[in-house]
Every structure is written in structure tokens, then in C-alpha cells.
Design a protein around this ligand. Structure first.
Ligand SMILES: NC(=O)c1ccc[n+]([C@@H]2O[C@H](COP(=O)([O-])OP(=O)(O)OC[C@H]3O[C@@H](n4cnc5c(N)ncnc54)[C@H](OP(=O)(O)O)[C@@H]3O)[C@@H](O)[C@H]2O)c1
Length: 189
């Protein structure tokens, strides 16, 4: 299995969220997330799951991490609660880690499930001035900078710079890397 982590963080402070939502509206970033994770199993925390529009996740495979198991699932056929992240070790399919900050940190700090590939989208624009209860990924970015290596390519779209980082010293499934790079190349044309 390959574990891919994907986020959009704000340049400088690594903010990814405000309350349950996002502190920006960048349609191309939402589209990138949707297309790169299409047909894949998304893993997300209960707070992210509850904050996302239901229509975005309806009919898609989602694993919702929730310690207490209290998150209400709205698509019982396709969505499952996981109360123990250890159950995802050696999972038989690729996993796309989709946030939020707590869930990224859980994966980045556990060598058994540390992402193989990180799709690192960095937004250089302004955060909405009304944004409150900001959430950041500083701890995960520290691991990224220490334990991962960026590929030389970078892609620019609507104020977002995207780079792919690979875990140092480990085999990374090249077909997955290629698929992601192909998408980003097409998108930035
Ligand atoms: N910009 C981006 O790319 C992006 C992407 C996704 C999300 N976000 C933002 O991120 C924010 C949400 O992040 P968050 O950190 O507050 O919440 P979160 O990561 O979405 O959810 C945390 C969940 O993890 C559960 N959990 C904690 N430890 C666990 C364990 N060991 N095993 C299983 N489950 C465990 C918690 O359960 P308990 O509550 O029961 O402890 C909670 O339900 C929102 O603002 C959202 O918009 C941004």
C-alpha cells in the first residue's frame, strides 16, 4: 500500500483551517483535491468529515478517524468509522490522508503509517480576515522538512504552489508518483 497525504497550508504560518472550515475559497484547490483522490480511499478526522459538504463525500470511500466513535456517518455504505489508527497499518489498499491537523499529525509521527508521498500545496494569498479558531500543521511540517525530500518540479495555480515530497530512504511506488505528477502537469498547462 502507498500512503499519500494531501493538504493546502498557508505560507509562513502553516494554517490549514478555521473552526471546521477553510479560511479561503480556492475552487482550483478543491478541484485538485477531488481529482487526485478520485476513486481512492480518503482518511479524515471526525471534525473534517463533519465540516465538509456532504455532497463532496457522498458515494466515495471514506475512513473517518474518531476516538470516541461519535461522528455521525451519512453514507453508511461507503463510510466507516475507525477508532484505532493502528488498524490502518498494512492496509490492503492505498490511503489518501485528507486531514485535519490532528489526523496529519497522527500519521506523520507514527513510523508504521508515515505517508510515503506528500502533496504539499502552499497558498501564498491572504487568509480571510474573519477567520477564527485557526488550525495549523506546524508539527507535521517539521517532520516533512526533516524526513522527506521534495521533487524538483513545482506547479503554480491561483496563488497555490504545489510540490511533491517523498519519504527519504524508503521505496516509494513510482506509478503513484507519476500519476500525481501527470495530473499536476496537465492542470498547470
Ligand atoms: N487545508 C486543508 O488541506 C485541510 C484539509 C482537511 C482539514 N482541514 C481543516 O482542519 C481542521 C480540522 O482539523 P482538526 O485537527 O481540528 O480535526 P480532525 O483532524 O479533522 O479530526 C480529529 C479527529 O481525530 C480523532 N482522533 C484523535 N486521535 C485519534 C486516534 N488515535 N485514533 C482515532 N481517532 C483519533 C478525534 O476523535 P475525538 O474527537 O474523539 O478525540 C477527532 O474526531 C478544520 O479546520 C478543517 O477545515 C484543512
Amino acid at each position: 500500500m502507498t500512503i499519500v497525504s494531501i493538504w493546502c497550508r498557508h505560507k509562513g504560518d502553516n494554517v490549514i483551517g478555521a473552526g471546521l472550515g477553510l479560511p479561503w475559497c480556492i475552487p482550483s484547490d478543491t478541484r485538485r483535491f477531488r481529482n487526485l483522490t478520485e476513486g481512492q480511499i480518503k482518511v479524515m478526522g471526525g471534525r473534517t468529515y463533519s465540516g465538509m459538504p456532504q455532497k463532496v463525500l457522498m458515494g466515495k470511500k471514506v475512513i473517518v478517524l474518531d476516538n470516541s466513535g461519535k461522528t455521525e456517518i451519512f453514507d453508511k455504505e461507503n463510510h466507516a468509522i475507525c477508532t484505532d489508527i493502528e488498524q490502518l497499518t498494512d492496509y490492503p489498499q492505498d490511503l489518501y490522508i485528507s486531514g485535519g491537523a490532528t489526523v496529519y499529525a497522527l500519521f506523520f509521527k507514527n513510523p508504521q503509517i508515515m505517508p510515503d508521498i506528500v502533496v504539499d500545496c502552499v497558498y501564498g494569498g491572504e487568509i480571510s480576515p474573519e477567520a477564527k479558531d485557526l488550525v495549523d500543521v506546524n508539527t507535521s511540517v517539521a517532520v516533512l522538512e526533516e524526513k522527506y525530500q521534495p521533487l524538483p518540479q513545482h506547479f503554480e495555480l491561483d496563488g497555490v504552489t504545489t510540490r511533491i515530497w517523498l519519504k527519504k530512504g524508503d521505496f516509494v511506488e513510482q506509478s503513484v508518483v507519476k500519476k500525481i505528477l501527470n495530473y499536476l502537469e496537465e492542470e498547470s498547462k
